[in-house]
Design a binder for this molecule. Structure first.
Ligand code: 13P
Ligand code: SF4
Length: 346
């Protein structure tokens, strides 16, 4: 069976429902209510770098956390609060539930999906895996709890290369899913024996390497930072390839004053915060005349706004519910990632 499947991107109208324009007074009022509710509900916010800066700001101000998908998972496990509000997309909420089954995990919206997760359905992926029973199944965190439950390992972009290297050194052959670009990038670096499922991220897929070549000519002093969910042509033009945290770190540490960044543009909030004197330019996507639902910003991440955050805290709805058997099975592969990160990400 081929792993080429028809990609589905059902973006709901809720994307358009996000509200992010507030007067300063309105914003302060909303933040005041949210802060009060966080205390009353014994809750903490865990947010991804791709959500709106208002949410990143309030997470930071209330002892919550803004991070990449691996660090979000690790942070959630260390909190004493009984409720975690995961501001990101559904797989992040599910990962939090898998690692913290005793906690209540709620999200500003349960409709925030991910194209990688949507295009790696359990039943199809199982048929794919059944063809290669001698291989270790390694899945990206951007998958459903059921897919994680089937896997031997879960990984995120910050440790994917290290884990595949480790498995290769232990003579393992690998099934990789779902991101073909990240899979091909790792395969090129490690030369591991990998069967790669062919899905992609609708945001990183939009970056255009031919336009990036032109932009680099306009800004020869800029360093190019690329997330490995982008295709190999983009990766080949990069100075640094890495997870969101690794790209932020590079923007701090490299001597360049200018950066062209190929990932979701909400990451600029943290980049500018740590390097206010530097200039950040969005890598070109879409091209002329593009309608761009996903140009440099994830439409599902964009669903998270202050209003939804307030509502979910008020109503305590939008809870992540998973069946206990799936949690138990998915916890094995997900905890292996956490333990591997402890060992190899020092
Ligand atoms: P990281 O934050 O782990 O780099 O992954 C990006 C991503 O896929 C979030 O949707
Ligand atoms: Fe998924 Fe891409 Fe959105 Fe991340 S940016 S949640 S990988 S669709």
């Amino acid at each position: 069976m081929s792993s080429v499947i028809k990609q589905e991107f059902p973006i709901t109208k809720d994307v358009l429902g996000a509200r992010n324009e507030y007067s300063q007074d309105e914003k302060e009022e909303k933040k005041k209510i949210i802060k009060k509710l966080l205390k009353e509900r014994d809750a903490k916010i865990v947010a991804h770098y791709y959500v709106h800066e208002d949410i990143q700001e309030i997470a930071d101000e209330t002892g919550g956390f803004v991070a990449d998908s691996l660090e979000m998972a690790r942070f959630g496990m260390k909190q004493k609060e009984s409720t975690l509000i995961v501001a990101g997309v559904r797989f992040m909420g599910e990962t939090a539930k898998i690692l913290n089954p005793e906690k209540k995990i709620i999200m500003p919206t349960l409709e925030a999906e991910c194209s990688l997760d949507l295009n790696c359905k359990y039943s199809e992926f199982k048929k794919f895996c059944d063809q290669f029973p001698d291989r270790e199944i390694v899945v990206y965190a951007n998958t459903s709890a059921k897919v994680k439950a089937m896997a031997d390992w879960v990984v995120t972009s910050s440790i994917a290369v290290k884990l595949i290297e480790y498995l290769k050194n232990n003579r393992k052959k690998i099934i990789w899913a779902p991101d073909k670009h990240l899979g091909n990038y790792i395969k090129n670096i490690t030369n591991a024996d990998m069967k790669i499922w062919k899905s992609s991220c609708i945001v990183h897929e939009e970056f255009k390497s031919n336009l990036l070549i032109d932009l680099k000519k306009e800004h020869p002093d800029a360093a190019v930072l690329v997330h490995p969910e982008s295709d190999l042509k983009m990766i080949n033009l990069a100075n640094v390839v890495g997870s969101t945290t690794q790209l932020i770190k590079a923007s701090k540490e490299l001597p360049n004053k200018k950066f062209i960044v190929a990932t979701d543009n909400r990451i600029f909030y943290k980049m500018k915060q740590s390097s206010p004197d530097k200039t950040f330019i969005e890598a070109p996507s879409g091209g002329a005349g593009a309608t761009c639902k996903s140009c440099a910003h994830c439409p599902w991440m964009a669903m998270n706004d202050l209003e939804k955050l307030e509502n979910v805290l008020m109503n305590q709805n939008n809870e992540i519910i998973l069946d206990p058997k799936t949690i138990e099975e998915a916890a094995i592969s997900t905890n292996k990632m956490i333990n591997f990160a402890k060992e190899f990400l020092k």
